[in-house]
Each structure stands twice: as structure tokens, then as C-alpha cells.
Design a protein around this ligand. Structure first.
Ligand SMILES: NC(=O)c1ccc[n+]([C@@H]2O[C@H](COP(=O)([O-])OP(=O)(O)OC[C@H]3O[C@@H](n4cnc5c(N)ncnc54)[C@H](OP(=O)(O)O)[C@@H]3O)[C@@H](O)[C@H]2O)c1
Length: 280
């Protein structure tokens, strides 16, 4: 397996910056620039983070962000694409995967740092998709490959075809299962957990991590920042993929990478996870 990132830290996902109602390129550029300048570890984009009239916007914005820090890793995803104003289709067949990878290489300006099969849960023939990813890696189009939205069963089916380097699944704290994270950990696969705060529509984070929230109040820090700091400390091999859409929230979240984690904070997160049945 090829390690995708060389240290623990926060990844900025740019889906909402492209797809939210009212999203503008200007705001996306400002938020991405703030994240890059503040030390975000990687950017996460996809073929599917597109506008109806512009299939390349998500990857182009990521590539522009990387101009501020050459070498910044960019994660992208193939096999899922925008097909209309409110329609996305999945297709993990050889032709689509190859065409998507080629378009991503063109937009990102070189071999892909990590190419994921976007909807592993929706393709007709997972084995064919994984064999295609392995061929793309072999041919040098992608340095690392993996799956997104994959159950433990799909991860095992993929591993029976070829090695995979990473999995990106939803892992909202207090709302999602840790099963795939654990499975990846055991198999030595990097795990990228998207929507760590539960996404924009989840119940407030403070209600799901009340012990961390109480500490945040005492310390006059945000619950998002302290939660991420504690996550980076207690969950090795889990890279949170955040979806902040404002400069203030992205700076606050990325600041978690420099936030000291003491035993009180560590125990607060462990207690919050344990109360939801997650033993770490
Ligand atoms: N692989 C896939 O199929 C898949 C699917 C979904 C998402 N993703 C990736 O995961 C990324 C994140 O997803 P998400 O947007 O659901 O994640 P999220 O970070 O859990 O949720 C975003 C919400 O959290 C808020 N937030 C973030 N940082 C904050 C802070 N420091 N203080 C206060 N609020 C904060 C945001 O508010 P503001 O908007 O006000 O900043 C936004 O409402 C996406 O951009 C995408 O790249 C991947």
C-alpha cells in the first residue's frame, strides 16, 4: 500500500464550495486559499463536483489552490458524474473510469495523488472497476487508488482483486459507524472520513460530543476545533475531510492541527464516543 499523506491532519473537501446553492468561485477560491495558507494537508475533489455547464470546476479550483503550495496532494474521484441540474449518475465501467482519470490528469496537471472509485456502492461490477484502478496505477496515471462509499464487504471484494491504498467513507462523529475505519486500520489502508461534523444538516456537533463541548466552553475554543484535535490524536489512520465553506470556519478547523491535546481532552472525546457505543 502507498501511504497517501505523510502525517496526520485535516483535509478540505470542496464539494459544498462548488455544489451548494449560491456557491461562487470567488468564495471557493478565498476559502481554499485560506486553508492552503493555514496548512491543510490535502484537498478533496471529484469529477462529480461539477456544474451542469462546466465538468471541470471542482478539479480546477483544487489545482488553483495547489499553485499556492506546489506539491499539495489532491484527492479526486472517478465513476460518478453530474448528469443534469439535480442528477448524478454512477458508472464504474472501464471506459468511464479511463475517461475520468484522463480528464482529471488533464485538469490537475499530472499523475493523480489519489484516485478513488466515487460510488463503490453503486457500480455494476466492482471487480472490473478495481482492476481498472489497478491498471491506471500501473500505467502511472495515479500514484495511489482506492474506494469511496464502500462497506467492509466491498472493501474485501476489492482487496481480492488488487491492493487498495485508501478508503473514503462518511464518518460523522456520533452519527456513523466506525466499522469501516477499523477494517481499514486492520488491513493497513488509509481512511479518509468525510463529514466528520455530520455534514451541514446534522444535529449540532455539541449535542453529539457533549464532554468535548463542555471543555470547549471552559477553554473558549470551538467544539469543532477541539473535536478535530482530539480525533487526530486518538484515531490513527483517520484523516477527517471537512466541508467548511467560510474562511472563519476553515481556519478554525485547520487550527486543530496545532491545538495541544491533553489527557482531559483525549478522555472527553473517548467518553463521548464510548457513550455512543464506540470503543477505541
Ligand atoms: N466521497 C463522497 O461520496 C463524499 C460525500 C460527501 C462529502 N464528501 C467530502 O467531504 C467533504 C465534507 O463534507 P461535509 O460538508 O458534509 O462535512 P462537515 O465538515 O462534517 O460539515 C460541514 C458543515 O460543518 C460546518 N463547519 C465546518 N467547520 C466548522 C467550524 N470550524 N466551525 C463551525 N462550523 C463548521 C460547516 O459550516 P460552514 O459551511 O459555515 O463552514 C458546514 O455546515 C465534502 O466537501 C466532500 O469533499 C465526500
Amino acid at each position: 500500500m502507498t501511504p497517501v499523506l505523510d502525517r496526520p491532519g485535516v483535509v478540505l473537501g470542496i464539494a459544498a464550495l462548488v455544489l451548494n446553492e449560491g456557491a461562487t468561485d470567488e468564495n471557493a477560491r478565498t476559502v481554499i486559499a485560506a486553508a492552503v495558507d493555514d496548512g491543510v494537508l490535502a484537498l478533496d475533489t471529484a469529477r462529480a463536483y461539477a456544474r451542469v455547464d462546466d465538468d471541470g470546476v471542482g478539479e480546477r479550483l483544487a489545482a488553483e489552490g495547489r499553485e499556492r503550495r506546489p506539491g499539495l496532494p489532491i484527492i479526486t474521484k472517478a465513476g460518478h458524474y453530474r448528469a443534469g441540474a439535480s442528477a448524478w449518475h454512477s458508472d464504474g465501467g472501464v471506459d468511464r473510469m479511463r475517461a475520468d482519470a484522463a480528464r482529471s490528469v488533464e485538469l490537475l496537471g499530472g499523475p493523480l495523488d489519489l484516485l478513488l472509485l466515487h460510488r463503490a456502492d453503486r457500480v455494476d461490477d466492482l471487480e472490473e472497476s478495481v482492476a481498472t484502478l489497478a491498471a491506471l496505477r500501473e500505467e502511472g496515471l495515479a500514484r495511489a487508488v482506492g474506494l469511496s462509499n464502500a462497506s467492509t464487504e466491498l472493501i474485501d471484494r476489492a482487496l481480492a482483486v488488487a491492493p487498495i491504498d485508501a478508503v473514503q467513507n462518511r464518518l460523522g462523529l456520533g452519527v456513523d459507524s466506525f466499522a469501516e475505519y477499523r477494517h481499514c486500520r486492520d488491513a493497513g489502508i488509509d481512511f479518509f472520513g468525510y463529514a466528520p461534523f455530520g455534514g451541514p444538516r446534522a444535529a449540532p456537533l455539541a449535542t453529539r460530543v457533549p464532554h468535548v463541548a463542555a471543555l470547549a466552553t471552559q477553554r473558549a475554543a470551538s467544539v469543532h476545533r477541539l473535536t478535530l484535535a482530539a480525533v487526530l490524536d486518538v484515531l490513527p489512520g483517520y484523516w477527517p475531510v471537512i466541508g467548511s465553506t467560510r474562511v472563519e470556519s476553515v481556519r478554525d478547523a485547520i487550527g486543530a492541527m496545532a491545538e495541544p491535546v491533553d489527557d482531559e481532552l483525549r478522555q472527553a472525546l473517548l467518553g463521548d464516543l464510548a457513550s455512543r457505543g464506540v470503543a477505541v
